[in-house]
Design a protein. Structure first.
Lengths: 162, 110
């Protein structure tokens, strides 16, 4: 299996796991964790040349940059059923701030001072330690229109990329 | 002779696709100020200067790669990277892409 295929296969598995968790009564942080991992591996799949025998180098900021490149792709736009370049780019642009927040959920970004879906953190202001399982991560409201659009975009990109 | 003509036609076709993608990308993102094409006979290779993106952080150009899509008039594979203005002609190019001196800037045809 190529590195590209391996990253994309794992990204699909991460996304599918997120979907399973979405139907279970488990803490929301786990869904977010799998969404962050799926989006990161999706971007790393795109970063890997088809025939490459090396894994991709870029380890951070890949998801947002990937979306910024994708919004100018006629092949992806058609595959996702958008009628015009402008419509598709506006749609992707509207999701970039949330995509950046998802990207920053990676522990390498959040560190031990910021909310993330995987590891406990200590607030810089008051010193309280919080576990992800007891925190709502309100900026990622699962009921919000933007969150649902971003999740669907990740799902659809995983469907069309190879 | 045939091979020479074939290569020539191949590069012309790659350039056509490079220009098509450059147009589409500029339409999608007006903050793209320059598009560099790195000629290759088999793959479309673009580096685009975008005032909205931050530097990569490691001084390297990181293209995203796409398979051919003949139904979208893109029969060749492509690699497209966005860089910040600070990285213009400075960031290290991917292996096999040549040097910045090999780049041809594609004018805005919009």
């Amino acid at each position: 299996m190529s590195w590209r295929s391996a990253f994309l296969l794992q990204a699909r598995s991460d996304y599918d796991t997120r979907e399973i968790l979405n139907t279970q009564r488990v803490e929301y942080c786990h869904q977010l964790h799998y969404l962050q991992m799926a989006s990161e591996k999706l971007a790393k799949g795109f970063l890997t040349p088809v025939a490459s025998t090396e894994p991709p180098k870029m380890t951070h900021a890949a998801f947002v940059r990937c979306l910024q490149v994708i919004k100018g792709r006629p092949d992806i736009r058609r595959a996702l059923n958008f009628s015009s370049t402008q419509t598709f780019s506006q749609f992707v642009d509207s999701l970039l701030p949330l995509a950046e927040q998802v990207q920053r959920l990676a522990p390498s970004y959040a560190g031990i001072r910021g909310p993330n879906p995987e590891y406990p953190w200590q607030a810089a202001t008051h010193g309280a330690v919080t576990a992800p399982a007891e925190f709502d991560l309100p900026q990622f409201d699962s009921q919000s229109s933007q969150m649902n659009k971003l999740v669907r975009l990740v799902r659809d990109l995983l469907r069309v990329v190879s | 002779m045939t091979q020479t003509n074939g290569s020539h036609l191949g590069m012309k076709e790659i350039e056509r696709q490079a220009r098509l993608l450059a147009r589409e990308n500029r339409l999608a993102e007006p903050a793209i100020t320059k598009v560099y094409w790195f000629p290759d006979e088999h793959e479309v290779r673009l580096v685009e200067v975008d005032t909205m993106v931050p530097p990569s952080g490691d001084g390297e150009v990181h293209p995203f790669y796409f398979r051919p899509s003949p139904q979208d008039d893109l029969p060749s594979p492509s690699g497209v990277a966005l860089i910040s203005p600070d990285e213009d002609r400075r960031a290290a190019l991917p292996e096999g892409w040549g040097t910045w001196n090999d780049a041809r800037e594609l004018e805005n045809e919009g």
